[in-house]
Design a protein around this ligand. Structure first.
Ligand code: MLT
Length: 407
């Protein structure tokens, strides 16, 4: 008899963003005349930078000629892209990361979800609340939790991120082994200072813990005092893995390219208490279970680091951040309490009530899609998230409709 992994039965009925998509589709079917503006899922709307498109085309043409055709590529990614990343994203900021510590992949979602299979089932996992649901769900699937009771999975350590702590969680009061951190934060848009991040690195060293640092939104940082990478913090190479993505920074959500950094010193422990380096194990997993990202996509990603690519992605990010400014201005005018949107494309707004009810009201009355905070965890209840990923015209229209709604 084939038996099921019952951990899957503990999961909430559907993934947050599929649930929202279903509700929006049902609403659109019921009201085909309504023009819906999507400020829910953080999906980019602007075209790929011209430098990426040119490199993409050129690489596709190379695939059409025997002499330049490429078959299987290295699972870890092509050297040209890994070198460019190490130089521009880390070494240029004084973070000592080499090309062979970078693993190219098709998304930070997959990497943050897959990495936890390297660790045993009995580790104590600390997860922020509110949180990007993937960290949570993948640990549920792996059997590291009990049931979902009162809005939380038993067996996990939740790191509350609330207004009281400026949406930056405090160190856990009990010992934990695996810690998820995301800054600039999804969903709250909050940021962490170097001093605050140093405390986490110090904690991880003392407790022999590991930090999974999701930096998918680092490109949106405008305050230059903030860290873009955890490797800007001394000692982080031993205790942190970092995830990055080109999805939001260069419009690659449909093109798919991201990377994970596993420094050579980064280790976990075996049952005898011996240090085991993670790099060869992640490499082993990557080679066994991942086919690599296609050559043309990696060439397109490499072009981000060219002079034109840098200028074009900077402008792309600036355009989304202008939307974030518009949303922040409007929310302030309407008297909402909010955070985020200064160094992140997300604005986290106090809905002054039930977050799914606010979602429904916004959809029904204004035709605007947001993400209800409750979908990100118990501490998200009472909040909604607005994303800056849309055209300026649509964001202006959405703000005007929300203004009208309040009248
Ligand atoms: C979000 O809206 O939180 C993100 O788009 C989700 C993702 O990147 O997978």
């Amino acid at each position: 008899m084939i038996t099921i992994n019952e951990n899957y039965l503990k999961l909430q009925a559907s993934y947050l963003f599929s649930n929202i998509a279903k509700r929006v589709t049902a609403f659109q079917q019921a009201h085909p005349e309504k023009d819906i503006i999507r400020l829910g899922i953080g999906d980019v709307t602007r075209a790929l930078p011209p430098a990426c498109i040119a490199a993409f085309h050129k690489a596709v043409d190379e695939m059409g000629t025997d002499s330049s055709f490429r078959g299987y590529g290295p699972e870890q990614g092509y050297g040209f892209l890994r070198e460019a990343i190490a130089k521009h994203d880390f070494q240029a900021r004084g973070a000592e990361i080499s090309a062979d510590e970078i693993f190219i992949s098709d998304g930070a979602k997959c990497d943050t979800g897959n990495i936890q299979e390297l660790f045993t089932q009995d580790i104590k996992v600390a997860i922020p609340d509110p949180v990007y649901p993937v960290y949570l769900d993948t640990n549920v699937m792996a059997g590291r939790t009990g049931n979902f009771v009162d809005g939380r999975y038993q067996g996990l350590v939740y790191l509350d991120s609330t207004k009281a702590n400026n949406f930056v969680p405090a160190l856990p009061s009990e010992d934990v082994d695996l810690i998820y951190l995301c800054f600039p934060n999804n969903p709250t848009g909050s940021t962490i200072t170097k001093d605050e991040l140093s405390l986490w690195v110090k904690y991880a060293k003392e407790k022999k813990a590991l930090i999974l640092f999701d930096a998918a939104y680092e490109a949106f940082i405008r305050d230059e005092s903030l860290p873009h990478s955890i490797y800007e913090i001394e000692g982080a190479r031993e205790v942190a893995i970092e995830f990055r993505s080109f999805s939001k920074s260069a419009g690659f959500t449909g093109t798919r390219c991201a990377y994970t950094v596993v420094p050579k010193e980064c280790a976990a422990f075996d049952s005898q208490g011996n240090r085991q380096f993670i790099h060869p194990l992640w490499n082993r997993r990557h080679c066994t279970k991942f086919n690599g990202v296609s050559y043309p996509v990696q060439r397109a990603a490499e072009a981000i680091y060219s002079e034109e690519g840098q200028a074009e992605t900077k402008e792309l990010i600036a355009s989304y951040m202008r939307n974030a400014d518009l949303i922040r201005q409007e929310m302030a005018t309407l008297g909402y309490d909010f955070v985020g949107g200064e160094n992140a494309p997300y604005i986290w707004i106090d809905a002054k009530g039930d977050s799914w009810e606010f979602f429904d009201m916004l959809l029904n009355k204004a035709g605007v899609v947001c993400t209800p905070g409750a979908g990100f965890g118990k501490c998200g209840e009472g909040y909604i998230r607005l994303s800056a990923f849309n055209s300026q015209a649509n964001v202006e229209k959405a703000m005007a409709r929300i203004r009208e709604m309040g009248k």
